[in-house]
Design a protein. Structure first.
Length: 163
């Protein structure tokens, strides 16, 4: 498989938009086998190295980014395995170290919800941005028991470029 560098913002944006496109196809996926567990949830968690029920929002994001990279013939730098691939706080520390934190959202980037005992408590994708209203439209896993889309104000969020 041919690979292309993700060092350019254009390549990173293309990867992020493809990941959002693939994530959109998962809208409605549910925890159909119990809390934090289901046929597709198992796939996301297993790809991150977990074989048991666990919060899966970050594993969903990681899975879709690597799926997008494969489809585009790229290799992604995004963490694939635990702990960073399954923890919003580990993911924040990784992105800060890699220089991938961005000030304002853009379609195709990831977001973290600030808060919780470890600093960040949830992650998902930014599907679109309304700059005037300062809101984002998301696609995210593990909201309730499913993959869904919702509108969020961007205050209290941290944004990460997909790479």
């Amino acid at each position: 498989m041919a690979t292309s560098s993700l060092e350019t913002a254009a390549a990173q944006r293309r990867l992020g938009l493809k990941a959002v496109e693939l994530a959109r196809q998962s809208l409605g996926v549910r925890e159909d086998l119990g809390p934090n567990w289901g046929r597709w949830v198992q796939v996301y968690l297993k790809a991150a190295g977990l074989l048991f029920p666990a919060p899966w929002c970050a594993a969903f994001v990681s899975f879709k980014i690597h799926q997008a990279a494969e489809r585009l013939g790229m290799s992604a730098r995004w963490p694939r395995r635990a702990p960073a691939a399954v923890s919003s706080s580990f993911l924040f520390r990784w992105a800060r170290r890699e220089g991938l934190l961005i000030r304002e959202p853009e379609a195709g980037c990831a977001f973290l919800i600030d808060g919780g005992p470890t600093g960040h408590r949830h992650t998902g994708f930014v599907a679109s941005v309304d700059r005037a209203a300062r809101t984002i439209r998301t696609i995210e896993g593990n909201i309730g028991d499913r993959v869904c889309s919702r509108e969020l104000p961007w205050e209290g969020l941290t944004f990460l470029r997909v790479a």
